[in-house]
Write a protein that binds this ligand. Structure first.
Ligand SMILES: [Fe+2]
Length: 216
């Protein structure tokens, strides 16, 4: 663990990520409504982040490949992440899975806004998820409403018995307690995520009876 002093760069990253949601805020569907809720929460946070600890999580080994995919799509975000991506508070919070050895080192998330994030909020979480190649983020659920925006990498996303390949630019909404899963192929996955509602209760592994189908 080490102290980092990249506050202005983190504020810049937050501004750039927020603009991704703002671009889709006028959608007249559940995604648009969720974006409106997320932006309302982000409006309440301060402009200067608290100091945070870089965690040196092993998943950052997948960051260079993710940024290679991201740069042609979102050069500004890729540029900021090339400077501070390794210093974000990456973590992994699930119970160990003996059936998936190494999973805790291959995936995780960095919360930028949230109850324990550099930008404090008890109303909204906002951050990045990074999943290394050939990794199965097993079925899980949480009471928070979750919205993902894929930044880089095409992965198989499963929910409600349907699995589909979702390319960069995709918006994927998970209502509260909906079981969902992701599986990467050769590419890593880098995605922006938000939580609203119960942002305190953690995500937990879901019932093993959930059986994602093959991508279609
Ligand atoms: Fe989730």
């Amino acid at each position: 663990m080490r102290e980092t002093v990249s506050g202005p760069a983190l504020a810049d990253l937050l501004r750039l990520l927020r603009s991704r949601f703002e671009a889709a805020r006028d959608r007249s569907d559940a995604v648009g409504a969720e974006i409106t809720a997320v932006l309302a929460g982000l409006d309440q946070i301060g402009t200067t982040p608290l100091a945070w600890q870089a965690t040196d999580h092993p998943l950052i080994r997948s960051l260079p490949a993710a940024l290679d995919l991201l740069a042609p799509l979102a050069l500004e975000i890729a540029d900021v992440l090339s400077r501070i991506g390794s210093d974000l508070p990456w973590r992994y919070g699930y119970a160990a899975r003996p059936d998936q050895p190494g999973l805790e080192a291959a995936m995780g998330w960095a919360e930028i806004v949230g109850p324990a994030a550099p930008f404090r909020s008890d109303d909204v979480c906002f951050g990045l998820t990074l999943i290394g190649p050939d990794t199965h983020y097993l079925p899980h659920r949480h009471p928070a409403v979750e919205l993902y925006h894929v930044l880089a990498g095409t992965a198989a996303w499963s929910a409600a018995g349907v699995t589909s390949l979702r390319p960069p630019g995709s918006l994927i909404l998970h209502p509260a307690n909906l079981v969902h899963a992701m599986r990467t192929g050769p590419e890593p996955l880098l995605a922006l995520y938000s939580w609203t509602g119960d942002v305190i209760s953690p995500s937990v592994w879901a019932d093993e009876s959930f059986d994602p189908v093959e991508p279609r």
